[in-house]
Write a new protein. Structure first.
Length: 253
């Protein structure tokens, strides 16, 4: 499972962007829609391209989208940036396909890969470096996450039925509970194989860490930041637009 003496010298970013973003709506998938004056994906690309430890950035897009004009506006000259038609019907298939394409180019199997949601435009180079610094000595991998702060309620089963009222059945202790964020950072080949095995077993893989956990690893939890939340609903979009606009204003002053 790796050891504390094992280190990897190169890091790469992987952004899966094949999701439809149907809960948000709009003419384009949400990651390509304009947020605070730029396509949402541009913020994550900029953060990784501005991170000294990142060697290259790889973006998995739907094959039908690979020639879309919006991709041309995302080119960043600071780092090698690759758009691949590796998008699949699910997130895990997009990540698996993109990892396989990266391996096929000759990237060493033991290089680190940081998989990040394009719908988390609040990521920063400082947060990326925090993850890399904490995880690299482990040889195993880890992810950004936040300790759960809210009181958690378990809903009754009747609440899952259409048209029925939802009741709180009991309160769940939030002790030892963390809310996963991204990036999630693992050795390239180990992550590819873990996701491949999870897909083959039809397991419930909701992120890269869950695939690695299924393979027997215990990823590190590195505390992230609230601003690195995932944009899913219209209210998220509005809040992130305010945050990014404030950041842009402070940068120009």
């Amino acid at each position: 499972m790796g050891n504390g003496n094992q280190t990897f010298s190169h890091c790469h970013a992987l952004l899966p962007t094949a999701g439809s973003g149907s809960r948000l709506g709009g003419p384009l998938p949400k990651q390509f829609q304009e947020l605070a004056g730029r396509p949402m994906l541009a913020y994550a690309i900029e953060a990784f391209c501005s991170s000294p430890a990142i060697e290259s950035v790889w973006v998995g897009v739907p094959p039908s989208f690979i020639n879309h004009p919006v991709l041309g506006s995302l080119v960043d000259a600071n780092k090698p940036l690759h758009f691949l038609p590796s998008g699949g019907p699910t997130r895990q298939e997009t990540v698996r396909n993109t990892l396989a394409a990266m391996l096929a180019t000759g990237i060493p199997e033991t290089d680190w890969v940081l998989v990040h949601d394009a719908a988390r435009p609040g990521i920063s180079p400082q947060l990326i470096q925090r993850l890399i610094t904490a995880v690299t000595p482990s040889g195993i991998g880890g992810l950004l996450a936040l300790p759960v702060a809210d009181t958690l309620k378990l809903a009754d089963l009747d609440g899952t039925l259409a048209g029925s009222l939802i009741h709180a059945e009991k309160t769940i202790s939030r002790n030892h509970l963390w809310q996963a964020q991204t990036p999630q950072m693992f050795p390239l080949k180990k992550l590819h194989d873990a996701i491949q095995d999870g897909i083959r077993m039809e397991a419930d893989i909701t992120d890269e860490s869950s695939a690695m956990e299924l393979a027997g690893f215990k990823p590190l939890l590195i505390e992230g930041e609230i601003r690195n939340f995932k944009v899913t609903h219209p209210a998220d979009w509005s809040l992130m637009e305010i945050l990014l606009s404030l950041k842009g204003k402070s940068s120009s002053e």
